[in-house]
Design a protein around this ligand. Sequence first.
Ligand SMILES: *Cc1c(COP(=O)(O)O)cnc(C)c1O
Length: 364
Amino acid sequence: MTVSRPIHVHIAPAAIRDNYRLAKRLAPAARAWAVIKADAYGHGQWRAVEALRDEADGFALLECEQAVALRQAGVTQPLLLLEGIFSPADVAAVVEHRLTTVVHCCEQLAWLTAACPAETPLSLCLKLNTGMNRLGFTAATLPRARELLRRLPHADITLMTHFAEADGVRGIDWQLQRFRGLAGDWQGTVSLANSAAILRHPQTHADWVRPGIMLYGASPFADQSAAELSLRPAMTLSSRIIAVQELDAGERVGYGGTFTAPRKMRIGVVACGYADGYPRHAPSGTPLAVLGRRSATVGRVSMDMLACDLSEIPEAAIGAPVTLWGEGAGGSVPADEVAAAAGTIAYELFCAVAPRVPVVVGER
Ligand SMILES: *Cc1c(COP(=O)(O)O)cnc(C)c1O
């Protein structure tokens, strides 16, 4: 169904491809799992897979069923289940479809050993907890895991961990040290790096890197922009002005009247609200662009609309293109800047775009 309401989300598969190539150039000795969980961070799993079909070394996602669907669509690369199996019922699909599965607890190993004859050729990523304290084996539980693994002598094993602060000041050295302590004299395959570590900590590149957010063209860092990292935005959320109001000084805008015009102002109403996935908690002053000029929101975001200041953009009338984030006819606004203004991260903005927003695929 085509819709006349002017909001759209544009997805540029070529940008995803370019960003993947950048990850590969930065970690030239490593293979790279393209992380496509959460519907490829809201960009569409199948669009991301199509974009990377001929060059991704592997794809990483969460759901066993999705991985099986990729196999059935002819994807032959390694497929990594980032949280591993959720019950013994998942084992059959892992074996049949040669899925690589994270193993982060003894229960998962017990489900595998109970269902798999010793000669089963499994591919496992043994996850070590080095300080994230979410998933993975510690010094206390690793010996039991080793014991269980002896029952699967044909399992191909990668050691992995996940960084909690690769984007921050504490960095990764402390976790790398714990990883080495747990891994001992391990000579096999290792996977450590998320986007932040790929971009900033080359000593973590090892055998397999796991780029996620960088594929979609946002920065994992608060202090370095996507453009500075040579990343291309893959998502643009765009709409149009659908109404214009001339306000006298002292008039307020939107629910709760949280914004008061300090002087005469020209306000544009944009067809985009929180039901489209725009963050309701974005305060007045959150950046956007109209007719190629930067401006900002005023007042509360409502379900289907938000307001912006057009005082400095007199040529903007009904129908004027607006870029909420990304690069579009309305102009250019990094998703990271919108996210920062709204107290969140671009990851969340991307994942939150609502199903009601029509998708346009391709270069703009
Ligand atoms: C999501 C995820 C990644 C990707 O992280 P980004 O910060 O998006 O690059 C890498 N590894 C694991 C285990 C993940 O869950």
